[in-house]
Design a binder for this molecule. Structure first.
Ligand SMILES: [Zn+2]
Length: 412
């Protein structure tokens, strides 16, 4: 199939461009392309961007808030405990249905790739994984999904989990996850990280862990992860999500750790909606934000992305799988208000996330995969500010979603 998109605004300044797509790829970008094709879309001068990449979401837990009790303390600890009961009764059908709802929403909002964590532990076994693998198959025409095996209950303190983590790699998991802060002591946290690296080495897999999701500066697993990344030669293949404790360290230690993060080539993913909600819960005024040191990491040249993380679960009661909504909140949380900073927020779920996934055919360039979003907006900043209609979402040259709101103001 051939598709021609006329009058695209690719940059804030400069001429509008036409994009010709053929067999799923961007064939030509030029000021004017006048040819007969199967389908022509007029972007009417609107902003056209590469489709989003959601790098951190939990498709197994999504949309469970209606069937479990509310999180009364609002803390991470209680959010995890509430799910124990629900997890015992997870079924593959239930997960496919809830994950499917999230995948469809995300696709409508311009996301065509995801990385999802799935719980791997002795409560749920491999049921979460099997459900998400099924959902991935069912929706493969609209979403590419990478699956991370996520030992949320710990590995050392939950005997049997290590075996399940190995089995997960034979049952559809692509990436090795972790949550090393959820062990009884720093020695066990280190063992937790080492197990993940041993699995990654065997399967030649990337690593993506939940790191120090706490305001407590006692937790120092980010430094451990950076050290092990260098030791195993896994530079550029390891991602640390959350890293909230980094914001609670004193400046001297934080500086030391951030230099190691840079040296190890770690990617950082912030999850501002969840962490603004969960962290700082035990603080008296002034209440901390719980967001890691975004600007300091960026200044060191560390690659940063952000994720939705949670939608309607025990961790976070809101969300709609719209990365522009999360971007707006990320910009507030990290004080990113200058034009170039707003641009960076947009990059976080496009080009920066593509680096995490190691994609080399991503972006609006001739020869790359044609995964695009046409906004009803003029610019990056406008897309974040208003979260406007995604007029068209295109995945590998195919239109997978189209939307338009027709609101009118009647005024004399
Ligand atoms: Zn998470």
């Amino acid at each position: 199939m051939e598709l021609l998109i006329k009058n695209c605004r690719l940059k804030q300044e400069g001429k509008l461009q036409d994009i010709l797509i053929n067999e799923g790829k961007i064939k030509k970008i030029a000021d004017k392309i006048d040819i007969e094709t199967e389908k022509i879309i007029d972007a009417e001068g609107n902003f056209v961007a590469p489709a989003f990449i959601e790098p951190h979401i939990h498709l197994d837990k999504i949309f469970i808030s209606d069937v479990v009790r509310p999180n009364k303390t609002g803390t991470l600890e209680e959010a995890i405990e509430i799910i124990w009961e629900k997890k015992k009764n997870y079924t593959i059908e239930d997960i496919v249905e809830r994950a499917g709802k999230a995948i469809k929403l995300a696709a409508k909002n311009g996301t065509t790739r995801m990385r999802t964590h799935v719980d791997i532990d002795t409560i749920v076994g491999l049921t979460s994984l099997k459900g998400v693998v099924e959902a991935r198959k069912k929706y493969s025409d609209i979403m590419d999904i990478e699956i991370i095996s996520f030992p949320q209950e710990g590995i050392i303190q939950d005997p049997g989990t290590e075996e399940l983590m190995w089995e997960a790699m034979e049952n559809g998991a692509d990436i090795v996850g972790g949550m090393p802060a959820n062990e009884k002591n720093p020695e066990d946290s280190m063992k937790h990280i080492e197990i993940a690296f041993e699995i990654a080495k065997e399967y030649d897999a990337d690593i993506d862990m939940h790191i120090d999701e706490t305001d407590d500066p006692f937790y120092r697993t980010l430094e451990m992860l950076a050290d092990k990344t260098i030791e195993y030669g896994w530079k550029g293949r390891v991602t640390a999500g959350h890293t909230c404790a980094l914001a609670a360290y004193d400046d001297h230690y934080a500086e030391y750790v951030m230099d190691k993060v840079k040296e190890a080539g770690l990617h950082i993913i912030i999850n501002p909606v969840t962490n603004l909600m969960l962290q700082g819960r035990l603080d008296d005024q002034p209440i901390r934000r719980g967001i890691t040191r975004v600007k300091e990491l960026l200044a060191k040249g560390v690659n940063i992305s952000y994720g939705q993380d949670c939608v309607k679960d025990t961790f976070y009661p809101f969300g709609q799988c719209d990365l522009m909504e999360v971007g707006l909140i990320a910009a507030h949380a990290a004080h990113m208000s200058l034009p170039e900073e707003i641009e960076e927020v947009f990059n976080m779920v496009t080009y920066n996330a593509a680096k995490i996934l190691g994609l080399n055919n991503y972006g609006i360039k001739e020869g790359n995969l044609a995964d695009l979003v046409i906004f009803n907006a003029e610019s990056t900043a406008d897309a974040i500010r208003r979260q406007p209609d995604r007029k068209y979402v295109i995945k590998e040259g195919k239109i997978i979603a189209e939307s338009s709101s027709n609101s009118k103001l009647y005024r004399g």
